[in-house]
Write a protein that binds this ligand. Structure first.
Ligand code: SF4
Length: 236
């Protein structure tokens, strides 16, 4: 799995290192149509040089699944030792444990029930749940999310995920993403009442629960464009 791009958000002094590849096969993946798209691979020196040229406070790794990228550890160590900046895996299914020199990690728990997890993603969740606990125990700042899909990853399932996270630490922030309809899939996007209900259910266990829900990738990209937190330019 390889390195694809480096982007930079000047306002928040955050660089994003984009990796390619994901070993999950989620039925509702919004990126399914471009998962095999070709890209120019970046060399590790190109990434290091790009990061060196920026005024950064944080370096985020995003995928796909960044823990599949064999250069992740080298770049994270470079960030700590040469740049003296913090590192975060900004999006991961926790498939592999993070390497040394990762300060924070945002982990998606797709489902608590192994049966539903396998049905939806094609893989078991046992290592994801195990890694989640171990990542927290190692002192890495953990945050979590899930995708709420009525009639599949339903309120009961989200409740089980919230309970599991609370057993690790009820102060771990948890974000619930409403399912975005994907062509050919039978599920609908949750309405406002369903989003409020699932949020209240998770709040029985966790102190910090937030939600978001978009009807299409276009709507999502538009919101991202308007939010300064996500505005960034490509630098490599
Ligand atoms: S984990 Fe994310 S990128 Fe990978 S298949 Fe699932 S939705 Fe798509």
């Amino acid at each position: 799995m390889s390195l694809k791009a480096v982007t930079y958000c000047k306002q928040y002094r955050r660089a994003n290192v984009h990796t390619v590849g994901c070993n999950f096969k989620c039925k509702g993946c919004p990126y399914i149509s471009n998962k095999e798209s070709t890209h120019q691979e970046l060399g590790i020196e190109q990434v290091k040089n790009a990061l060196k040229s920026l005024n950064v406070k944080w370096v985020h790794f995003v995928g796909g699944e960044p823990t599949l990228c064999q250069n992740l550890g080298t770049i994270a160590t470079f960030c700590h030792e040469e740049l003296d900046v913090k590192t975060k895996i900004g999006h991961s299914m926790g498939w592999n444990m993070p390497p040394d020199d990762i300060d924070a990690m945002h982990i998606t728990i797709k489902a608590y029930s192994d049966k539903i997890h396998k049905e939806y993603t094609g893989v078991s969740n046992s290592r994801v749940l195990d890694h989640f606990r171990r990542i927290y125990d190692q002192g890495i700042t953990a945050t979590a999310n899930t995708v709420f899909i009525p009639n599949l990853i339903d309120t009961d399932e989200v409740e089980n995920i919230a309970r599991f996270i609370a057993e690790v630490d009820p102060q771990i922030p948890f974000h619930i993403i409403g399912y975005m309809p994907v062509q050919g899939m039978p599920w609908h996007s949750p309405d406002q009442r369903e989003m409020e209900d699932v949020k209240q259910t998770a709040e029985k266990y966790l102190e910090e629960v937030t939600t978001s829900c978009f009807q299409s990738l276009n709507e999502y990209h538009q919101k991202v464009k308007e939010n300064p937190v996500y505005q960034s330019v490509r630098v490599a």
